[in-house]
Ligand binder design. Sequence first.
Ligand SMILES: [Zn+2]
Length: 458
Amino acid sequence: MFRGLLIMAMALLLTSGWGTDTYSGSGSARPLPLQATNADASSSQHNPLAAPVQADPVTPAVPAVLEATPIKNSTLNAVPIQHLALPATVAETAVVQQVAATAAKAAKTVYLTFDDGPSKITREVLDILRKQGVKATFFVLGNAAKSHPELINAIWEQGHAIGNHSYDHDYHNLYSGFTAFWNQIKQTENVIREITGERPRLVRAPGGTSGHFDDTYFQLLNQAGYLVMDWTVDSGDSRRKGVPAAEILRESTKDLTSSEVVLLLHDGGGHGESAKALPQIIARYKAAGYTFKVLDDSVKPVQFRVSAKAAGLDRLKPSNAWIASNILPNVALFQPGRTLALEVGLLEAKLNPGEYSIINGQYMVPLRAVVERLGGQVRWDQTSRSGQVIWNGRTVTADVSGGELAVSLPGGAQEKRAARVEIIGGAIWVPLRELLETAGHPLKAISATSEERRVKAA
Ligand SMILES: [Zn+2]
């Protein structure tokens, strides 16, 4: 074990390019300001408090608003007709129609979607998809993902897409008000990020949005950067318990003429009949000329209309302050940008764009994410409104109301320093430099390339 660490340390020394960094720590008279080394350091794009949602919104494709019974998408018919600039003879018309039919056939797409997993059924579904050479989208539950990370990995490794289907699927909680729904989306997102390294942007409402979502749900999720996706065809596999495979097949393949089908299926526990129907569902779509694709941000979201029932529910709307703290900074999580690599001792953690910000030239980071990814622990103390960090043999307190970081040193002495400690999106954010220093990890080097920013500490 010890020898392993030594070898790792040596390897690190050999590969870390001493002297080539922007700054070199030891022996340098130059202070380490922990400043971003590039010109965009003060850009408001990185400032979650001034997240430019109004000025620079995430603009997903305009949602296709559908009735609970969806409308067919017929936009493709328009394409070949444009070539008809001159009056056509009967023969020419026939040719054009034939071309149109071929084009429409070539452009038919089906998105298979599986909700409520992962479960034992997921393995079966994955095997079938692999054999058929077909990709699908899995809207997973956070609690199931947490107990079966290996299934999330299997889905991910096979190249399927993963969407967010809430943490526990409890309608009563999810539709009691937007913040309850939001908390489950974020909780699930964090579980998935820990497994795959990526945050899903796709969200499917348990039970669908119809009767559940009002304008607040749609608007805030959209504003936060998520893509809410209902479906165009319901396989009926969760209409009641034990729907037989033959019925699932019939319902799933009722309409094989639409240019775009988002098919709702389930791979949660008890959905063995869906897996049984799957090979034939795939076969029929293939025979009808469909291509199988996974959902992503290039697909026009399919969304049901807000029902009178949902609009009439007397639910608490989040305050502007809550929106500013939770929704607005969330957008940055899905914007392209550089990762921030933190090399602390022998450990390394990466923060994706949106998981850190640069304010007045200083890196601000979420306390828990950084400390836990680097081997420490964080506990929130409600009474003192502070985060208690146990890391590197020290106890550091991040005090939100007092705006300071305090460290208890071995021997009982305490040191305090003023620091910008803030709550953003329900998490404590602290300045990286102050955190590392109070935790006994002095800075060694800071650098930036076009791909990533990097901070090294002892
Ligand atoms: Zn569901």
